[in-house]
Ligand binder design. Structure first.
Ligand SMILES: [Zn+2]
Ligand SMILES: [Zn+2]
Length: 345
């Protein structure tokens, strides 16, 4: 079977042996796979201390074609499923430790990731699979990381009592995660302030339902407008891959606001610093939000099936175009996501 991997630092697409499902695993024939910014960072070794990964891809749709021992309780041959769970923690969790029982299986000492969906076939822990209705097409594969991560972040608004109707900034609103967050925040009735760069991207954010759009290339004007209009936003969700987006999201925040960091810029972007006096003045709640659980994935599939959230895919291609897609992604040339639609070539 064909698979894309990073071998000796080089992206290769070649034949590999078929995987066999182990205990509790399902064998999936991948029919589409989304290309996440994380795949690009991982392929190029752009995150601190992380060597380039061998396997790539962590959001996909496919068909169950085989089951390992015990997996039949959780999936059936022929099921059409979405898989990936954002890569981090979705490949296995014990279900019994304090992190699993408090809804944070990613921190479970036994957790395993899901990486390697840029392949014709992939084996995955069957409990992490979520069945999807035929009404959701293969272009919805990015729901498995981009959508799930955005949904996890928007749910944090409710956890921290940011009330529907209140203004919320989404920084990086036209990107692979942000475009879901705009739709989801509108679904939960927030006033959405969408932040991105350039007219084309801002027009796209507006078309997704944002109430106000701001150009991040003019941060002072953006902050002035939001502070005058709302006294600052109640929460900022930061999906940006640039540290300037982290700064702007903080400056847009009103007093006692909620700051939700989600994006992970390349290590070359440096650090984001606060002076403690700024914290004293603003008194923010600062949290991080990563991916989501299998239960979040089920809820998100239901929202997508109900038409409340849709993947915006502006580039599709066979796996052989992955190198070109990485270059285009690095250059910020997409609205929404790119999806590999043929994993056999
Ligand atoms: Zn991802
Ligand atoms: Zn656990």
């Amino acid at each position: 079977m064909k698979a894309a991997k990073v071998e000796d630092g080089v992206l290769t697409i070649r034949d590999h042996p078929m995987p066999t499902p182990g205990d509790g695993d399902a064998l999936i024939r991948i029919t589409s796979a989304g290309v996440c910014h994380s795949d690009l960072h991982l392929a190029r070794g752009e995150w601190m201390n992380l060597p380039p990964l061998v396997n790539l891809g962590h959001e996909a749709i496919g068909i169950v074609e085989g089951l390992g021992p015990g997996a039949e309780k959780f999936a059936q041959v022929g099921d059409r499923v979405i898989l990936g769970l954002g890569g981090s923690g979705g490949g296995y969790w014990c279900g019994a430790c304090r992190y699993c029982l408090s809804g944070q299986p990613r921190h479970c000492a036994e957790s395993k990731g899901i990486i390697g969906t840029f392949a014709e076939y992939f084996t995955v822990w069957a409990r992490s699979l979520v069945k999807i209705p035929d009404s959701l097409g293969d272009n919805e594969a990015p729901l498995a990381c981009g959508g799930l991560t955005a949904y996890g972040a928007v749910k944090k608004l409710l956890d921290h009592r940011v009330l529907p109707g209140r203004p919320v900034a989404i920084v990086g609103a036209a990107g692979g995660l942000g475009h879901y967050a705009v739709q989801l925040a509108k679904t939960f009735d927030y006033q959405v302030v969408g932040v991105d760069v350039g007219q084309e991207r801002l027009d796209f954010v507006k078309s997704l339902g944002a109430d106000l759009v701001l150009d991040a290339t003019e941060p002072a004007a953006a902050v002035e407008l939001v502070q005058r209009e709302f006294g600052g936003v109640d929460a900022s969700l930061i999906f940006s891959a640039k540290m300037a987006g982290f700064r702007l999201g903080f400056d847009l925040l009103g007093k006692h606001g909620l700051y939700v960091a989600v994006g992970i810029p390349a290590a070359s972007e440096g650090n984001f610093e606060w002076n403690p006096f700024q914290l004293f003045m603003k008194d923010p709640t600062i949290i991080y939000s990563a991916v989501g659980t299998v239960q979040d994935m089920r809820e998100l599939v239901d929202l997508a099936a109900a038409g409340r959230v849709t993947s915006h895919v502006s580039r599709v291609g066979p796996m052989s175009e992955l190198g070109a897609i990485f270059d285009e992604l690095a250059a910020g040339r997409y609205l929404g996501r790119a999806v590999l639609t043929d994993l056999s070539r």
